[in-house]
Design a protein around this ligand. Structure first.
Ligand SMILES: Nc1ncnc2c1ncn2[C@@H]1O[C@H](COP(=O)(O)OP(=O)(O)OP(=O)(O)O)[C@@H](O)[C@H]1O
Length: 298
Protein backbone atom coordinates (compact mmCIF):
# COMPACT_ATOMS: atom_id res chain seq x y z
CA UNK A 1 0.00 0.00 0.00
CA UNK A 2 1.23 3.47 -0.87
CA UNK A 3 1.87 5.41 2.33
CA UNK A 4 -0.52 8.11 1.08
CA UNK A 5 -3.40 5.70 0.40
CA UNK A 6 -6.16 6.14 2.96
CA UNK A 7 -7.15 2.99 4.80
CA UNK A 8 -10.77 3.61 3.82
CA UNK A 9 -12.25 5.71 1.08
CA UNK A 10 -15.94 6.37 0.51
CA UNK A 11 -16.95 7.62 -2.93
CA UNK A 12 -20.38 8.91 -4.01
CA UNK A 13 -22.04 6.57 -1.53
CA UNK A 14 -25.84 6.32 -1.55
CA UNK A 15 -28.34 4.20 0.33
CA UNK A 16 -31.92 4.84 -0.74
CA UNK A 17 -34.96 3.21 0.82
CA UNK A 18 -38.40 3.56 -0.79
CA UNK A 19 -39.32 6.53 1.36
CA UNK A 20 -35.98 8.01 2.36
CA UNK A 21 -32.48 8.71 1.12
CA UNK A 22 -30.72 7.49 4.27
CA UNK A 23 -27.31 8.26 2.74
CA UNK A 24 -27.37 10.69 -0.14
CA UNK A 25 -24.04 10.89 -1.95
CA UNK A 26 -21.19 11.16 0.52
CA UNK A 27 -17.43 11.21 0.00
CA UNK A 28 -14.67 11.05 2.55
CA UNK A 29 -11.45 9.26 3.27
CA UNK A 30 -9.96 7.94 6.48
CA UNK A 31 -6.15 8.13 6.85
CA UNK A 32 -4.41 5.21 8.56
CA UNK A 33 -3.88 5.36 12.31
CA UNK A 34 -6.30 8.14 13.21
CA UNK A 35 -9.59 8.23 15.05
CA UNK A 36 -12.23 9.39 12.57
CA UNK A 37 -15.53 10.59 14.03
CA UNK A 38 -18.85 10.41 12.21
CA UNK A 39 -21.26 12.80 13.90
CA UNK A 40 -24.82 13.87 13.31
CA UNK A 41 -28.24 14.16 14.89
CA UNK A 42 -30.64 11.21 15.17
CA UNK A 43 -31.57 9.88 11.74
CA UNK A 44 -28.68 11.68 9.96
CA UNK A 45 -27.45 8.47 8.31
CA UNK A 46 -24.45 7.59 10.48
CA UNK A 47 -25.37 3.98 11.24
CA UNK A 48 -26.36 3.33 7.64
CA UNK A 49 -22.99 4.72 6.52
CA UNK A 50 -21.01 2.74 9.06
CA UNK A 51 -22.89 -0.47 8.25
CA UNK A 52 -22.09 -0.05 4.55
CA UNK A 53 -18.44 0.52 5.48
CA UNK A 54 -18.48 -2.58 7.67
CA UNK A 55 -19.88 -4.57 4.75
CA UNK A 56 -23.10 -5.38 6.63
CA UNK A 57 -25.47 -3.65 4.19
CA UNK A 58 -25.04 -3.04 0.47
CA UNK A 59 -24.91 0.50 -0.91
CA UNK A 60 -27.52 1.53 -3.51
CA UNK A 61 -24.61 3.04 -5.43
CA UNK A 62 -21.09 4.33 -4.91
CA UNK A 63 -18.03 2.53 -3.70
CA UNK A 64 -15.93 1.90 -0.62
CA UNK A 65 -12.24 1.16 -0.98
CA UNK A 66 -10.10 -0.53 1.65
CA UNK A 67 -6.41 0.26 1.22
CA UNK A 68 -7.21 1.47 -2.29
CA UNK A 69 -9.07 -1.68 -3.39
CA UNK A 70 -12.70 -2.83 -3.35
CA UNK A 71 -13.52 -4.48 -0.05
CA UNK A 72 -12.93 -8.23 -0.07
CA UNK A 73 -11.79 -11.10 2.17
CA UNK A 74 -8.71 -9.14 3.26
CA UNK A 75 -10.95 -6.45 4.76
CA UNK A 76 -12.98 -9.10 6.63
CA UNK A 77 -9.81 -10.40 8.29
CA UNK A 78 -8.48 -6.98 9.16
CA UNK A 79 -11.60 -5.30 10.55
CA UNK A 80 -12.90 -5.32 14.13
CA UNK A 81 -16.49 -4.38 14.91
CA UNK A 82 -17.78 -3.67 18.37
CA UNK A 83 -21.03 -5.61 18.56
CA UNK A 84 -24.05 -4.71 20.60
CA UNK A 85 -24.37 -6.77 23.80
CA UNK A 86 -26.95 -9.05 22.14
CA UNK A 87 -23.98 -10.86 20.55
CA UNK A 88 -22.97 -12.24 23.98
CA UNK A 89 -23.59 -15.82 25.01
CA UNK A 90 -25.57 -16.50 28.15
CA UNK A 91 -23.70 -18.17 31.03
CA UNK A 92 -20.21 -17.50 29.64
CA UNK A 93 -17.71 -15.55 31.72
CA UNK A 94 -15.58 -12.73 30.35
CA UNK A 95 -12.58 -15.07 29.95
CA UNK A 96 -14.71 -17.72 28.23
CA UNK A 97 -16.06 -15.10 25.81
CA UNK A 98 -12.57 -13.97 24.87
CA UNK A 99 -11.42 -17.58 24.34
CA UNK A 100 -14.57 -18.37 22.33
CA UNK A 101 -14.23 -15.41 19.95
CA UNK A 102 -10.44 -15.82 19.64
CA UNK A 103 -10.91 -19.32 18.23
CA UNK A 104 -13.01 -17.92 15.34
CA UNK A 105 -10.03 -16.18 13.72
CA UNK A 106 -6.78 -17.53 12.26
CA UNK A 107 -4.89 -14.43 13.45
CA UNK A 108 -5.27 -13.39 17.09
CA UNK A 109 -4.23 -10.92 19.69
CA UNK A 110 -3.41 -13.01 22.78
CA UNK A 111 -6.14 -13.17 25.40
CA UNK A 112 -3.68 -11.76 27.95
CA UNK A 113 -3.09 -8.75 25.74
CA UNK A 114 -6.81 -8.19 25.26
CA UNK A 115 -7.29 -8.31 29.02
CA UNK A 116 -4.50 -5.81 29.51
CA UNK A 117 -5.61 -3.34 26.82
CA UNK A 118 -9.24 -3.39 27.92
CA UNK A 119 -8.52 -3.46 31.69
CA UNK A 120 -10.58 -6.61 32.27
CA UNK A 121 -8.38 -8.20 34.97
CA UNK A 122 -10.89 -7.76 37.77
CA UNK A 123 -13.89 -9.30 35.96
CA UNK A 124 -12.47 -12.32 34.14
CA UNK A 125 -14.54 -14.94 35.93
CA UNK A 126 -17.74 -12.93 36.05
CA UNK A 127 -20.79 -14.03 34.09
CA UNK A 128 -21.06 -11.49 31.25
CA UNK A 129 -24.69 -10.79 32.16
CA UNK A 130 -23.54 -9.47 35.53
CA UNK A 131 -21.23 -6.75 34.16
CA UNK A 132 -21.97 -3.04 34.56
CA UNK A 133 -22.54 -0.99 31.39
CA UNK A 134 -18.93 0.21 31.30
CA UNK A 135 -17.48 -3.26 31.98
CA UNK A 136 -19.67 -4.74 29.22
CA UNK A 137 -18.48 -2.13 26.72
CA UNK A 138 -14.86 -2.95 27.61
CA UNK A 139 -15.48 -6.65 27.01
CA UNK A 140 -17.23 -5.92 23.70
CA UNK A 141 -14.23 -3.82 22.71
CA UNK A 142 -11.91 -6.71 23.61
CA UNK A 143 -14.02 -9.00 21.41
CA UNK A 144 -13.72 -6.47 18.55
CA UNK A 145 -9.93 -6.69 18.95
CA UNK A 146 -9.55 -10.51 19.03
CA UNK A 147 -8.30 -10.69 15.43
CA UNK A 148 -5.79 -7.87 16.05
CA UNK A 149 -7.61 -5.73 13.45
CA UNK A 150 -6.14 -2.79 11.58
CA UNK A 151 -9.38 -0.83 11.69
CA UNK A 152 -11.96 -0.85 14.47
CA UNK A 153 -15.57 0.34 14.16
CA UNK A 154 -17.17 1.71 17.31
CA UNK A 155 -20.82 2.75 16.89
CA UNK A 156 -21.82 4.94 19.84
CA UNK A 157 -19.69 2.92 22.29
CA UNK A 158 -20.16 5.25 25.27
CA UNK A 159 -23.88 5.99 25.01
CA UNK A 160 -25.51 5.39 28.36
CA UNK A 161 -22.22 5.16 30.31
CA UNK A 162 -21.64 7.32 33.37
CA UNK A 163 -18.92 10.01 33.11
CA UNK A 164 -16.29 7.88 34.86
CA UNK A 165 -16.94 4.84 32.65
CA UNK A 166 -16.87 7.10 29.58
CA UNK A 167 -13.51 8.51 30.65
CA UNK A 168 -12.18 4.96 31.14
CA UNK A 169 -13.38 4.01 27.68
CA UNK A 170 -11.60 7.02 26.13
CA UNK A 171 -8.38 5.75 27.69
CA UNK A 172 -8.90 2.40 25.94
CA UNK A 173 -9.47 4.11 22.61
CA UNK A 174 -6.20 5.97 23.10
CA UNK A 175 -4.45 2.67 23.81
CA UNK A 176 -5.80 1.29 20.52
CA UNK A 177 -4.65 4.39 18.64
CA UNK A 178 -1.20 4.06 20.23
CA UNK A 179 -0.97 0.68 18.46
CA UNK A 180 -1.40 2.48 15.12
CA UNK A 181 -4.88 1.08 14.61
CA UNK A 182 -7.47 3.18 12.83
CA UNK A 183 -10.68 3.85 14.76
CA UNK A 184 -13.98 4.78 13.17
CA UNK A 185 -16.25 6.21 15.82
CA UNK A 186 -19.82 7.44 15.86
CA UNK A 187 -20.87 9.41 18.88
CA UNK A 188 -23.46 11.83 20.15
CA UNK A 189 -20.97 13.37 22.54
CA UNK A 190 -19.17 16.37 21.10
CA UNK A 191 -16.59 16.46 23.88
CA UNK A 192 -15.75 12.84 23.09
CA UNK A 193 -15.28 13.64 19.40
CA UNK A 194 -13.14 16.66 20.24
CA UNK A 195 -10.90 14.72 22.61
CA UNK A 196 -10.46 11.57 20.53
CA UNK A 197 -10.84 12.38 16.85
CA UNK A 198 -8.15 13.81 14.60
CA UNK A 199 -10.82 14.21 11.91
CA UNK A 200 -14.59 14.37 11.92
CA UNK A 201 -17.40 14.42 9.40
CA UNK A 202 -20.75 15.88 10.40
CA UNK A 203 -23.78 14.40 8.64
CA UNK A 204 -27.36 15.59 8.39
CA UNK A 205 -30.17 14.33 6.14
CA UNK A 206 -27.85 11.77 4.55
CA UNK A 207 -25.23 14.31 3.47
CA UNK A 208 -21.91 15.45 4.90
CA UNK A 209 -22.23 19.09 5.89
CA UNK A 210 -18.71 19.62 7.30
CA UNK A 211 -15.49 17.66 7.53
CA UNK A 212 -11.97 18.26 8.75
CA UNK A 213 -10.07 18.38 12.03
CA UNK A 214 -12.17 19.69 14.94
CA UNK A 215 -9.90 22.70 15.46
CA UNK A 216 -9.77 23.50 11.75
CA UNK A 217 -13.58 23.41 11.56
CA UNK A 218 -13.90 25.60 14.64
CA UNK A 219 -11.43 28.12 13.22
CA UNK A 220 -13.28 28.16 9.88
CA UNK A 221 -16.69 28.78 11.43
CA UNK A 222 -16.00 31.01 14.42
CA UNK A 223 -13.92 34.07 15.12
CA UNK A 224 -15.61 34.88 18.43
CA UNK A 225 -15.52 33.56 22.00
CA UNK A 226 -18.42 33.19 24.40
CA UNK A 227 -18.93 35.04 27.66
CA UNK A 228 -21.39 33.22 29.92
CA UNK A 229 -23.07 34.76 32.91
CA UNK A 230 -26.11 33.92 35.05
CA UNK A 231 -29.28 35.37 33.50
CA UNK A 232 -30.02 37.07 36.83
CA UNK A 233 -26.76 39.06 36.49
CA UNK A 234 -27.50 40.28 32.97
CA UNK A 235 -28.64 43.88 33.24
CA UNK A 236 -31.31 45.36 30.97
CA UNK A 237 -28.81 48.04 29.96
CA UNK A 238 -26.61 45.35 28.31
CA UNK A 239 -29.38 43.92 26.10
CA UNK A 240 -27.84 45.49 23.00
CA UNK A 241 -24.91 43.04 23.23
CA UNK A 242 -25.25 40.01 20.88
CA UNK A 243 -26.60 37.44 23.33
CA UNK A 244 -28.80 34.39 23.64
CA UNK A 245 -30.68 33.00 26.60
CA UNK A 246 -30.20 29.33 27.46
CA UNK A 247 -33.30 29.14 29.66
CA UNK A 248 -34.14 25.60 28.55
CA UNK A 249 -30.72 24.25 29.51
CA UNK A 250 -29.58 26.50 32.36
CA UNK A 251 -30.58 30.01 33.43
CA UNK A 252 -27.54 31.47 31.66
CA UNK A 253 -26.88 34.14 29.06
CA UNK A 254 -24.28 33.61 26.34
CA UNK A 255 -22.70 36.68 24.79
CA UNK A 256 -20.71 36.33 21.58
CA UNK A 257 -17.73 38.67 21.29
CA UNK A 258 -14.54 39.17 19.34
CA UNK A 259 -13.27 41.65 21.91
CA UNK A 260 -13.54 40.29 25.44
CA UNK A 261 -12.08 43.40 27.12
CA UNK A 262 -14.50 45.76 25.40
CA UNK A 263 -17.50 43.54 26.19
CA UNK A 264 -16.49 43.20 29.85
CA UNK A 265 -16.16 46.99 30.08
CA UNK A 266 -19.63 47.35 28.54
CA UNK A 267 -21.09 44.83 31.00
CA UNK A 268 -19.53 46.65 33.95
CA UNK A 269 -20.82 49.96 32.70
CA UNK A 270 -24.31 48.47 32.43
CA UNK A 271 -24.05 47.45 36.10
CA UNK A 272 -23.53 43.68 35.64
CA UNK A 273 -21.99 41.61 38.42
CA UNK A 274 -19.09 39.66 36.92
CA UNK A 275 -18.76 37.26 39.88
CA UNK A 276 -20.39 34.30 38.08
CA UNK A 277 -18.93 35.09 34.66
CA UNK A 278 -16.96 32.66 32.49
CA UNK A 279 -15.20 33.08 29.16
CA UNK A 280 -14.97 30.01 26.92
CA UNK A 281 -13.80 29.29 23.39
CA UNK A 282 -16.30 28.02 20.83
CA UNK A 283 -16.92 24.29 21.12
CA UNK A 284 -17.85 21.48 18.75
CA UNK A 285 -21.29 21.51 20.35
CA UNK A 286 -21.68 25.15 19.20
CA UNK A 287 -20.57 24.15 15.70
CA UNK A 288 -22.99 21.24 15.65
CA UNK A 289 -25.86 23.50 16.72
CA UNK A 290 -24.92 26.10 14.14
CA UNK A 291 -24.71 23.58 11.30
CA UNK A 292 -27.68 21.35 12.09
CA UNK A 293 -29.83 23.62 14.22
CA UNK A 294 -30.25 20.70 16.59
CA UNK A 295 -29.00 19.87 20.04
CA UNK A 296 -27.25 16.58 20.55
CA UNK A 297 -28.85 14.53 23.27
CA UNK A 298 -28.52 10.75 23.20
N1 LIG B 1 -33.84 -0.49 6.71
C1 LIG B 1 -34.36 0.74 6.64
N2 LIG B 1 -35.50 0.98 5.96
C2 LIG B 1 -36.01 2.22 5.85
N3 LIG B 1 -35.47 3.31 6.40
C3 LIG B 1 -34.32 3.15 7.10
C4 LIG B 1 -33.71 1.87 7.26
N4 LIG B 1 -32.58 2.02 7.99
C5 LIG B 1 -32.50 3.34 8.30
N5 LIG B 1 -33.55 4.02 7.76
C6 LIG B 1 -33.80 5.46 7.88
O1 LIG B 1 -32.68 6.14 7.35
C7 LIG B 1 -32.40 7.31 8.13
C8 LIG B 1 -30.98 7.26 8.65
O2 LIG B 1 -30.92 6.26 9.68
P1 LIG B 1 -29.59 5.94 10.50
O3 LIG B 1 -29.92 4.85 11.47
O4 LIG B 1 -28.47 5.69 9.55
O5 LIG B 1 -29.36 7.30 11.27
P2 LIG B 1 -28.33 7.63 12.47
O6 LIG B 1 -27.62 8.87 12.07
O7 LIG B 1 -27.50 6.43 12.75
O8 LIG B 1 -29.31 7.92 13.67
P3 LIG B 1 -29.13 7.65 15.26
O9 LIG B 1 -28.20 8.69 15.77
O10 LIG B 1 -30.52 7.84 15.76
O11 LIG B 1 -28.62 6.25 15.44
C9 LIG B 1 -33.46 7.37 9.22
O12 LIG B 1 -34.51 8.21 8.78
C10 LIG B 1 -33.93 5.93 9.31
O13 LIG B 1 -35.27 5.87 9.77
Amino acid sequence: MNIQTPILEVRHLHKHYPKIKAVDGIDFSVPTGICFGLLGPNGAGKTTTIEMMEGIIRPSSGEILYKGEPMGPRFKNEVGIQFQSTALQDFLTVREHLNFFSRLYPKNMSVDELIEICSLQAYLDRDARKLSGGQRQRMLLAIALVNDPEIVFLDEPTTGLDPQARLNFWELINRIKARNKTVLLTTHYMEEAYKLCEQIAIMDHGKIIAQGSPNQLLAEHFQDVIIELPASDFPVAAQTLPHRRLEKVTPMIEISTRDVNATLAELLQAGASLAGLQVRPRSLEDLFLELTGKGLRP
